[in-house]
Design a protein around this ligand. Structure first.
Ligand SMILES: C[S@@+](CC[C@H](N)C(=O)[O-])C[C@H]1O[C@@H](n2cnc3c(N)ncnc32)[C@H](O)[C@@H]1O
Length: 387
């Protein structure tokens, strides 16, 4: 049985849900664009689709805010390629709302049921075509890696997965496993399936607090890319936080395609820059509220943060060092290949193409890069040697 949350979730769109939706809105068109030349039809599968709309019951005439299946349905209408959406929703009331909100869109269908029960049917339906799976349930029970995510990862056609890693639930279930003598083993089995393995048990013996969360996420990502015969080569996690700074959950992205990884890295890099700004504005406002009524002498602590320019210089130096570290593997590189290699080795969502280019130019100016390609530009196709 799916664990169904009350429809009250859909009465208010929270700031962190907007951040999640933005990632979907940015990535889905990019996925379709990349695959449009290679496929007859592209599929978007929303496994835990929800009500389709976030609407305040006290204001039923207001338009409300679209949920993921409606955002996807709107996006595919604007793209000049054949794309189809399948939504699955387990809750009767949410499903009714989903049907109403999506009925007028072409190429969108919805199934009322447990995603676990209909996955085989969906997989055989979309087997011959590229598919993007958005999997966004509330907890861990409905989205086990064992028996669900692993099946999706075994597809042979291009497949990307964006899923909710329920950070708070994983933390809570792990703590219940440790403390609840009566139901501990049931919690343990739940996590065995979530992680498709049992090494999380050792991890929770060795770590506590934030470190435990991080180690468990790393384990999850490792499990995701080591499913045997799977096409998923790359997986990463990005925290979805409230404006106040609380981590609500992580979005995990998995792909078998380097281009998908690069595109998502750029999308999340921008998402992070926006989040940092919004969070800083919130803190500033909060501090301004606190400071009201204080005397000048309260400002005794000078502002010690390095300037933005100094921070950027330090960052470019770090990218330069990461580039030079690649000499241990080989010295001949193409610009985009090296950028992807750095993304795979710690720079995912942490630099822009421009920053990477500036690092290449910096090394060139210092004589540590020698160009092989003619011309002056630093772009896809530029070939060089690391000295
Ligand atoms: C977080 S909400 C989805 C929100 C939606 N993705 C959005 O962004 O607008 C999760 C939804 O999954 C549904 N659900 C939970 N377990 C399910 C399952 N096993 N199969 C299908 N739907 C399920 C819940 O009823 C709920 O509506």
């Amino acid at each position: 049985m799916p664990s169904i949350e009350p429809s009250s979730h859909f009465t208010q769109l929270r700031d962190w849900s907007e951040r999640k939706h933005q990632v979907l809105k940015d990535y889905l068109p990019a996925f379709c664009r990349v695959l449009s030349r290679r496929a007859e039809t592209i599929w978007y599968v929303d496994g835990y689709a929800g009500a389709g709309i976030y609407r305040d019951p006290n204001n039923p005439d207001a338009p409300g805010h679209p949920g993921s299946p409606v955002l996807a349905a709107k996006i595919i209408q604007t793209l000049p390629y054949p794309i189809r959406c399948i939504n699955v929703e387990g809750d009767q009331e949410n499903f009714g709302s989903l049907q109403r909100e999506t009925a007028h869109f072409a190429n969108v269908e919805s199934i009322h049921g447990d995603f676990n029960a209909v996955i085989d049917q969906i997989l055989s339906r979309v087997a011959e075509m590229p598919a993007f799976f958005f999997l966004d349930p509330f907890g861990t029970k409905d989205l086990p890696m064992e028996g669900l995510v692993d099946k999706i990862a075994l597809r042979t056609k291009p497949t990307d997965i964006l899923l909710r890693y329920a950070t708070e639930t994983v933390r809570r279930v792990a703590a219940a496993y440790e403390k609840d003598a009566k139901r501990g083993s049931a919690h343990g089995r739940n996590l065995d399936k979530w992680f498709r393995g049992q090494d999380w048990r050792t991890i929770i013996e060795q770590h506590t607090g934030d470190e435990r969360d991080e180690a468990l996420i790393r384990y999850y990502l490792k499990q995701l890319v080591t499913i045997s015969n799977s096409r998923m080569r790359f997986a990463c996690a990005y925290p979805i936080r409230s404006t106040e700074g609380l981590t609500k959950y992580h979005l995990v992205f998995a792909t078998g395609d380097r281009l998908g990884m690069k595109v998502m890295s750029d999308i999340l890099y921008k998402a992070e820059a926006k989040y940092v700004e919004e969070h800083a504005a919130y803190i500033e406002q909060k501090e301004a509220g606190k400071l009201k009524g204080q005397t000048m002498f309260d400002f005794a602590n000078p502002h010690t943060e390095p300037s933005a320019a100094d921070q950027l210089t330090a960052k470019i130096a770090k990218i330069e060092q990461s580039i030079l570290d690649q000499r241990q593997h080989r010295t001949h590189w193409e610009f985009d290949d090296l950028r992807c290699t750095l993304i795979e080795h710690g720079w995912f969502a942490r630099f822009s193409e421009k920053e990477f280019r500036d690092a290449c130019k910096g090394l060139y100016a210092k004589g540590q890069i020698e160009r092989v390609s003619a011309g002056k530009g630093w772009n896809k196709g530029t070939v060089f040697i690391l000295r």
